[in-house]
Design a protein around this ligand. Structure first.
Ligand SMILES: *Cc1c(COP(=O)(O)O)cnc(C)c1O
Length: 408
């Protein structure tokens, strides 16, 4: 029998919700020669990216860049403002929230993990993994904490394991309504530069993000956006830290440099990504992702399959989770799609493993690449014996045809 090449021809369809497909313009920018990170040229690059990032996070305060994946920036955020034994209130929105909570426990923080209780009747999946952060649960817990033992509230903005984008402004209102001094820490590793995000306006103290999702860069750098209160808290935090410490970083960053060797070529890519995003305008970028998400949801609805996010108010513009019928292993469907059509989809994680797969609509996408990715899904679902109500590809084509993207 003829054996096909691993990657037959053309470009692989990287349709996972991060790492996202990197635009050629960014790949080319990254291919420049590496320069002296202590030389004069570097400071120009350093100042540019540190300044542009503030516009993307929508903050007047410093943004720190780490040569690390998002997980490193999670640790940095916790280690800089907290002390061993501190209580933190975290919200279980899905697998990434769960991983962050596990990390906080390993760092000797006392974590309390709140979740929307119960299981969804339609799919049997945990309700908390199908809905956004319920700010009223956070408020109730903070009101009960009369002694103010809780030092931080940690939530995930765009929960990449489920395709749910929570209302961060509502979490800030809940903290304020409880008149509680806890810091607000938000993971928008997969939301930044795809979903609306406002660090200052929403009163976030530390925002954590990464390069390989909405910023359309390869993996390898990650960020902490700070607030004045967070910087103050870092002065009394006793959690051991050296590599992650903000103080030296902020000192060096003032002149565009870093205390240790930065990821120079990724910073070239970041400069290019910021240009692309800011030239287009953040509002246009957000609207573009919303439109792609709506087209993909039109396809899933036409198939007659449930969307992992059960609340239309918090559908993610970044990715869509597709729940497979009971008895159909979503990972087998993914495997078929990968092997037959050279398209990678996101796996179900944690409590929803095998029950769903994820379609990313971020990074270097367009209507036609998404229609092709949906065709791969539709063929793979049929090959897996899933009965589809209607053609999702046709529904997505109709959606994109009938909803022109006007940017004027
Ligand atoms: C990708 C992601 C992470 C983990 O980032 P790594 O770069 O893999 O360390 C954490 N949180 C969210 C919401 C993510 O999407």
């Amino acid at each position: 029998m003829l054996k096909l090449d691993f990657h037959p021809t053309g470009r692989h369809f990287l349709q996972i919700p991060g790492p996202s497909p990197v635009p050629d313009r960014i790949l080319r920018a990254m291919s420049l020669p590496t320069i002296d990170h202590r030389g004069p040229e570097f400071a120009v690059l350093g100042k540019k990216v540190l300044g542009d990032l503030k516009k993307i996070f929508k903050t007047q305060q410093p943004v720190v860049i780490y040569p690390a994946s998002g997980t490193g920036a999670w640790e940095a955020a916790l280690a800089n403002v907290l002390s061993p034994g501190d209580h933190v209130l975290m919200y279980e929105s899905g697998q990434f929230a769960t991983l962050w909570q596990k990390m906080a426990s390993k760092l000797q923080l006392e974590t309390e993990f709140v979740a929307k209780p119960g299981v969804d009747a339609q799919t049997g999946l945990p309700l908390s993994w199908r809905h956004g952060v319920d700010a009223s649960l956070i408020e109730a817990r903070l009101v009960a904490d009369k002694a103010h033992r809780i030092k931080a509230v940690c939530v995930v903005h765009n929960e990449t394991s489920t395709g749910v984008t929570s209302d961060i402004a509502a979490v800030r209102r809940a903290i304020d309504a409880a008149k509680h001094p806890a810091l607000l820490m938000v993971d928008t590793i997969s939301g930044l530069a795809s979903a609306d995000y406002r660090h200052d306006e929403w009163g976030v103290d530390v925002t954590i993000s990464g390069s390989q999702k909405g910023l359309m860069l390869p993996p390898g750098i990650s960020f902490n956006a700070l607030s004045v209160r967070a910087i103050d808290a870092s002065k009394t935090s006793t959690m051991p830290k050296a590599f992650w410490a903000w103080d030296e970083m902020l000192e060096f960053n003032k002149t565009g440099y870093f205390p240790y060797t930065p990821s120079t070529n990724l910073l070239y890519g970041l400069a290019e990504a910021c240009d692309m995003i800011l030239e287009q305008g953040l509002d246009v970028v957000f609207a573009r992702h919303q439109r792609w998400a709506a087209g993909v949801r039109a396809a899933v609805n036409a198939w007659g399959l449930p969307i992992q996010c059960a609340d239309p108010n918090v559908y993610s513009p970044v990715l869509t989770g597709v729940v497979t019928p009971q008895g159909v292993d979503a990972d087998q469907v993914r495997k078929t799609i990968y092997e037959r059509f050279d398209c990678s989809l996101g796996t179900g994680l944690g409590k929803i493993k095998g029950r769903m797969f994820r379609i990313g609509h971020l990074g270097d996408c367009n209507d036609l690449t998404l229609i092709a990715a949906l065709a791969a899904c539709e063929m793979g679902l049929k090959l897996s014996g899933v009965k589809l109500a209607d053609s999702g590809v046709q529904a997505a084509m109709d959606y994109f045809k009938d909803h022109a993207f006007i940017t004027t």
